[in-house]
Ligand binder design. Sequence first.
Ligand code: GLP
Length: 254
Amino acid sequence: MNNENKIYKPNFKCFESYQQASDFVGKIIVDLVNQKPNAVLGLATGDTPLGVYSFLVKAYEKKEVSFKNVKTFNLDEYVELKSIYKDQSYAFFMSHNLFSKVDINLKNTFFPNKSEDKLDLNKKDYSEYDKEIEKTKLDFQILGIGQNGHIGFNEPGTSLESKTRLVPLTDSTIKANSRFFASENDVPKYAVTMGIQTILANSKQIVLLAFGKNKKEALKALVNNKSFNKDWPCTALLLHPNVTIVCDKEANPL
Ligand code: GLP
């Protein structure tokens, strides 16, 4: 990790609304891609980044930006998603909300696995993904946050040394994500996620987005902890020198 585990203070930017916060982050990405057309973006799924993706689509439609040479690495993906839920895969989400609406080359978009992959508890090696990320680095990593403080699918208890790997989802995450499935039983029980080390060691800039009152407690953990606390994986961000937390007033912990 970062040599002596130095602690940094993340920047906080809290906005009146989801829209304002999303536009703020969208603009940072547009400016970055205009400055560096082959920028590498680390992307998240969930409701949280939807406003940012819609800002990017609008900017593309107005010809303010091109994603032709951009490369993306998604944070996570389910494993063994039932075929009736194909549209719940994170690859589908990205295609539907961003990739199919801009000029990105799909060959430059990466996921840590395929959602329909059979669950193989013996497969321990997902290092290919980390190797690709280490090669290019991530100019900009966008993160959402789980109510229990997870980032990607790095659930409470995850170590700082974690890399891309297969993980079981916690009951609280399965419950939170069951809103997209007919029943809790249908939510995949496993996912492959970038590890905390993958994120911290390779991201040049991280923006964590948090909206709504359900995320306030997790953000409070970020403010109140003085170092990494395994119970709140988001506190790993205290070890990165360039983190901005972007929230709305409901999630504002300050
Ligand atoms: C999911 C994803 C995370 C995401 C989080 C919050 O389980 N794996 O990457 O940040 O939960 O989701 P939402 O933005 O829908 O609240």
